[in-house]
Design a protein around this ligand. Structure first.
Ligand code: PMV
Length: 357
């Protein structure tokens, strides 16, 4: 069965048609997230069912705001990201427009859409713009099409745009339940603890803000096909997800930090053992990671690193130590910029109604 249709049927039918003008616009905001147990590869490519569960913290400082309106006058979808109109033959256009097709199928609203999206941080720099991007798009597009999805359904829809986006639907500490092959509804995100349960700040050293050479989507496919470590790491991540949840719920930062560092090392071992090898790390990345470990072991700084598919380093620390982490990063002279983030809110609608048509 076609995957979009499967989602459609799982949701129990089409959306209720709202009486709206053709220029009814919905603007939504979503934050990115940092995973302490990572998603790297799918069990079921078609339905975007991950190889393992993952656990993350939603981040306030990295946000996408997206406005969507379905307009019957449009000949094709119009997509603008960070002020640039996306050409209709580009991979980004095809991906976003394909996602809008799912929303059209779900809602029965077979009209092209205008999408205007803004990130407050560099896109494709390993700072997970696809997470906040597809979470904001899922919310804005589904609402603009007249659907009123429950949070779980919204996370399932966002997952089909970009895996990590399903976690950005929620605030605080979030788990993506991996689910089963051929069962779209079995794979969804849920909040496992409010951010206050374990207060963590993420101090991000932006080491390279340029676009990464291999996208996460492509990279994880290469890893699944070629890395001999792929499935053993996925099994380890399953156990780590259980341990990470326990650490979060008991407020044990040291335990969580150690899991995050180990999990990051395992994911990068999979990347490096892929063919061709996926080397997202930069010498500056490793220099900073070493310094974090040294500051922890020698000076008792409560700080742990994690790295996504890029050179940038996320340093997780307790809020009262974030200034010390800033100083450490600045002193090494490795970062183009430093972004500090506390926990972020769930994806939310900012405005809805007629746009300026
Ligand atoms: O959702 P994607 O396709 O951008 O993949 C995200 C992958 C990592 O950021 C490397 C890990 C994660 O779980 O966020």
């Amino acid at each position: 069965m076609d995957d979009a249709r499967q989602v459609f049927i799982s949701f129990g039918g089409g959306g209720k048609e709202k009486t709206m003008t053709s220029h009814y616009a919905v603007k939504a905001k979503a934050c990115s997230n940092i995973a302490v147990v990572k998603y790297w590869g799918k069990r079921d490519e078609k339905l975007a069912i991950p190889a393992n569960p993952s656990v993350s913290l939603t981040l306030d400082a990295l946000r996408t705001t997206t406005e969507v309106s379905f307009e019957k006058e449009l000949k094709r979808d119009e997509i603008t990201i960070d002020g640039l109109k996306i050409p209709h033959d580009s991979p980004t256009y095809i991906r976003v427009s394909g996602f809008l097709d799912r929303v059209r199928l779900l809602s029965g609203k077979h009209v092209h859409a205008k999408v205007v999206s803004e990130n407050n941080f560099p896109k494709s720099s390993g700072l997970a713009s696809s997470a906040s991007g597809f979470a904001a798009l899922a919310l804005a597009a589904s609402k603009a099409a007249g659907l009123d999805l429950a949070r779980k359904e919204l996370s399932i829809l966002a997952r089909l745009g970009s895996g990590s986006a399903c976690r950005s639907v929620f605030d605080g500490w979030v788990e993506w339940v991996a689910g089963r092959e051929n069962a779209s509804r079995s794979s969804y995100a849920r909040r496992i603890a409010p951010a206050e349960m374990l207060k963590v700040h993420d101090v991000i050293a932006v080491i390279n803000s340029g676009e990464k050479k291999t996208s996460s989507r492509k990279g994880m496919l290469i890893s699944r096909k070629t890395s001999p470590l792929f499935w053993s790491r996925a099994r380890a991540a399953r156990t780590d997800a259980v341990l990470a949840k326990k650490a979060i719920r008991s407020g044990n930062f040291e335990e969580l930090g150690m899991i995050a560092e180990k999990e990051c090392a395992l994911m990068h071992a999979v990347m490096l053992s892929s063919a061709p090898p996926l080397r997202y790390l930069d010498p500056k990345t490793l220099l900073l990671c070493d310094s974090i470990v040294r500051a922890r072991e020698e000076d008792g700084l409560p700080a742990y690193f994690t790295i996504d598919a890029g050179a940038n380093v996320h340093v997780l620390t307790l809020p009262q130590f974030s200034k010390r982490v800033h100083r450490l990063i600045r002193g090494l002279n490795v970062a183009e910029s430093i972004i500090e983030s506390g926990p972020g809110p769930e994806a939310e609608v900012i405005s809805e109604g007629g746009n300026n048509a």
